[in-house]
Design a protein around this ligand. Structure first.
Ligand SMILES: [Zn+2]
Length: 173
């Protein structure tokens, strides 16, 4: 399948009037902040966007994006592949509707002076937010999986003399 590059800037209102759909990719080099949050971004980011108007007359942008990244397992320290799979619905911030009247699934987005949004920034924010806080292998894939029982055991490093023990012995003199 041919990879269509998605535009950086998009006018959601105009796209909604035209009922446009986009399917394409964003080159992974564009996602500098995402790359800093993970070990590596392994592929270009795939995204699908669909623009329209909902029953309330609001402009909506439905999106779905996927990115394959490499994360560091917080249990064993090894890298593992993680698939980010995000879905979102945005509506541009307008005076038409109060925030509390918005359907819960909607997120608001501000338009710039040209009535556009920065699509790459939005996708990157969503992808970063979707990353696990404590990334870990699935337990059966992890070399330390199933070793929780030994967590309480004393590791060799703990057998070194405690520097505070010296202080305590001085105090007791
Ligand atoms: Zn692991």
């Amino acid at each position: 399948m041919q990879k269509v590059k998605l535009p950086i800037k998009i006018d959601p209102v105009r796209c909604a009037v035209k009922r446009l759909d986009y399917v394409g990719v964003v080159e992974r080099v564009q996602f500098v902040r995402l790359a800093e949050s993970v070990i590596d971004v392994l592929d270009d980011v795939k995204a699908e966007l669909s623009f329209g108007t909902d029953a309330q007359g609001l402009t909506v942008m439905n999106g779905h994006a996927q990115a394959r990244v490499s994360l560091e397992c917080q249990r064993c320290g090894d890298a593992f592949d993680h698939q980010c799979d995000i879905e979102f619905i945005y509506t541009p911030l307008t005076t038409k509707v109060a925030e509390e009247e918005l359907p819960e699934a909607y997120e608001l987005i501000e338009l710039d002076e040209n009535g556009e949004i920065d699509l790459y920034e939005l996708l990157e924010d969503e992808l970063i937010l979707s990353l696990p806080i404590a990334p870990m292998h699935a337990e059966h894939d992890c070399k330390r999986g199933g070793m929780q029982m030994s967590w309480g055991a004393i590791e060799p490093a703990d057998e070194r003399p405690n520097p505070f023990a010296v202080l305590n012995s001085l105090k007791n003199k």
